[in-house]
Design a protein around this ligand. Sequence first.
Ligand code: NAI
Ligand code: MG
Length: 358
Amino acid sequence: MAHRIAVIAGDGIGTEVMPEGLRALKAAAKRFAIDLDIQTFAFGSCDYYLEHGKMLPDDWFDQLKDFDALFYGAVGWPAKVPDHISLWGSLLQFRRRFDQYINLRPCKLMPGIQSPLAGREPGDIDFYVVRENTEGEYSSVGGKMFEGTDREVVIQETVMTRTGVDRVLKYAFDLAQTRSRKKLTSATKSNGISITMPYWDERVEAMAEAYPEVSVDKFHIDILTANFVLHPDWFDVVVGSNLFGDILSDLGPACTGTIGIAPSANINPEGKFPSLFEPVHGSAPDIAGKGIANPIGQIWSGAMMLEHLGHQEAANALVEAIEAVLAEGSPNVLTPDLRGQGNTASLGRAIAERIEGK
Ligand code: NAI
Ligand code: MG
C-alpha cells in the first residue's frame, strides 16, 4: 500500500531544499520499490498568510490527519509575518494536535565536516537526543498578578504527568535497545528542582527495569551540557524533558558542524496521527532566493521519515549517500556553507545519483 506523504515547503529556503528532499526520496522509492503518494500543500507559509489572513485553512486537521507523514521545509519570514504568528499558526499546531510527543534529533559527525570541537572525527559523535515535546516546563499553567506594581507576581508551573513522562522514556529506551551501545543518558536537575526532577529520575529507574540490556546513567543538565562539548563520545541516546531536551537538541547538532545538514523528527510513535519530518534550520532569509542552501538537512529528514515508515534499508541508503558525497568533498558539488562552489541542486543531484547507485 502506498504511503501518503503531505509536503509543505513553507518559506524561504524551505522552498529551495524541498525539491532536493523529494528528489532523494523518489530515488530511494525507485530503488527499493516503495510506493509513495506525495501531495503538496501551499498552506503553512507566510505567503499563504498574506493572502488568507491565517497560516492554515480551518479544516487543516481533517485535510492532514490521514496522511502517514508530513514532510516540512521551513516556516517563517519575519519581514512579512511576525515569527510568533507564523510558527504558532503552523508547526506548533501540528506538534500539538497530532500529539507528536517525541522530538528526535540525531547528532552525528559526518565525514568531510569539521566539528567545532577540536580533534573530533566521524565516529566520535554519534548519538540521538530525545526531547519530550508536549508538557513539562512549557505549560500554560500560571499567571500574572498585581501587574505593574511592587507586588508584581509571575508564576509558570512545570507539568509532568506519569503518562507523559513514561511515554517519552519508553521511546528512548526502545531506541537505545536497537543501538549497538545500548546506552541511555537521562538529563535531570534533581539537586535544584526538587519535586518534578526527582519524579523524572524515579520514572527513569522504573522504566529501566524493563530494559535490563540498556545501561543507564544520568547527569544534571549543567554538567551534561559541558560533557556534550568535552566528551561527546560518551553518549548514545540522551533523553530530556521539554526544556532540557530543547537545549540539548540544539547543542548536540551544533557540535557536529553546519546547521544546514541537521535533521529532526516530531513523532507520534503510535501512528494515531502523522509524524512530521523537517530540517533543524529555518527559512534563512539571508540566503533565500540564491539557490545555495544546503539541502542535506531536508534529505536526511527524508531518511528519518523512511525509517519511521518502516523502510530501514532505504533510510540507510539515503544516509550512506549523504556520507559518500560529503566524504568525496567535490568543491563543484558542495554548497558554500561546506566551503564549496556548488549549489542546492548540484548537491541534491549528487546525493540522488548515489542513492540510485550511479
Ligand atoms: P535559520 O536557521 O533560518 O538561519 C540561521 C543561519 O544559518 C543563517 O545565516 C542561514 O543562512 C544559515 N542556514 C540555515 N539553513 C541553512 C542551509 N540549509 N544551508 C546553508 N545555510 C543555512 O534561522 P533564523 O535566521 O534564526 O530564522 C529565520 C526564520 O526561520 C525565522 O522566521 C524563524 O522563525 C524561522 N525558523 C523556522 C524553523 C522551522 O521551520 N522549524 C526553525 C528555525 C527558525
Ligand atoms: Mg530549540
